[in-house]
Design a protein around this ligand. Structure first.
Ligand SMILES: [Zn+2]
Length: 253
């Protein structure tokens, strides 16, 4: 593995065997904006062998205060986010294979985009595609790390098919209403998504290294202004069965 990973390999439970495990892993990053871009950067630096980046957009000037992978040159060149990200990540770590897919995840393509994934990072900035991501991850038995940010606060949860509540267990019924708050109405504090993305990368690495017992349970709520962290429980719905995974509701006698 060489010396580039020497410092992280000294961590308990990592070592050469953990590094070798990461080298054969595939992480899919859906949405390569502020969350997904920062998370992908950390996973590339950690030596995750294959990164598949999925995003339909191009970087814009008003992304640059929070989207740490992109530069003014990327905006000027009109590159797609996935291509700009691929160039950047390949320059960070040439041992990592980066697939750049300029597309939007939806019901029809979710299964294909997630094929072969060992873990998925949710970098989406809109709730609707998360339902399709959730269903596809349930079908394929793939763990995914959800995060969302708005204003100065955000949330983080790890969704593990068959091992805990899925996204639709606690999210509003599909189709979700248009969000009342958006980056256009409430803004996004620049340091916030990188903070959540670091937490996403940490949970993803623990999953890939097999440290299941140390993965976040429940939902972490993060507020940066003023600073505060707390974890709340999430579970299957009490009065109905989850339409995606079937958990919850009244139990049969
Ligand atoms: Zn469910």
């Amino acid at each position: 593995m060489g010396e580039r990973y020497a410092v992280q390999q000294r961590l308990a439970g990592w070592g050469r065997s953990g590094q070798a495990r990461l080298a054969t892993a595939t992480a899919v990053v859906v949405g390569v904006g502020a969350l997904g871009g920062a998370a992908a950067g950390l996973l590339a630096r950690a030596g995750v062998g294959r990164l598949r980046l999925v995003d339909p957009d191009r970087p814009a000037l008003d992304n640059l205060h929070r989207q740490v992978l992109y530069t003014e040159a990327d905006v000027d060149a009109g590159r797609s986010k996935v291509e700009a990200a691929r160039r950047h990540l390949s320059s960070v770590n040439r041992q990592v294979t980066v697939e750049a897919i300029q597309d939007e995840l939806d019901q029809s393509n979710a299964a294909g985009l997630l094929a072969g994934a060992d873990v998925v990072i949710d970098g989406l900035d809109h709730p609707r595609p998360r339902y399709h991501l959730n269903r596809a991850c349930l079908a394929q038995g793939v763990d995914w790390v959800h995060a969302g940010v708005m204003g100065t606060g955000g949330q983080l949860a790890v969704i593990r098919p068959g091992k805990g509540p899925c996204f639709e267990c606690w999210a509003p019924p599909y189709p979700p209403a248009e969000p009342k708050r958006s980056s256009a109405t409430h803004g996004i504090f620049g340091p916030l998504p990188s903070c959540l993305a670091s937490l996403q990368a940490a949970e993803a690495l623990k999953l890939l290294l097999g440290a299941d017992q140390d993965v976040l349970a429940g939902m972490l709520l993060v507020e940066l202004w003023p600073l505060g962290l707390r974890t709340v429980e999430i579970g299957p719905p009490a009065v109905r069965r989850c339409p995606a995974c079937g958990a919850g509701g009244a139990q049969d006698p």
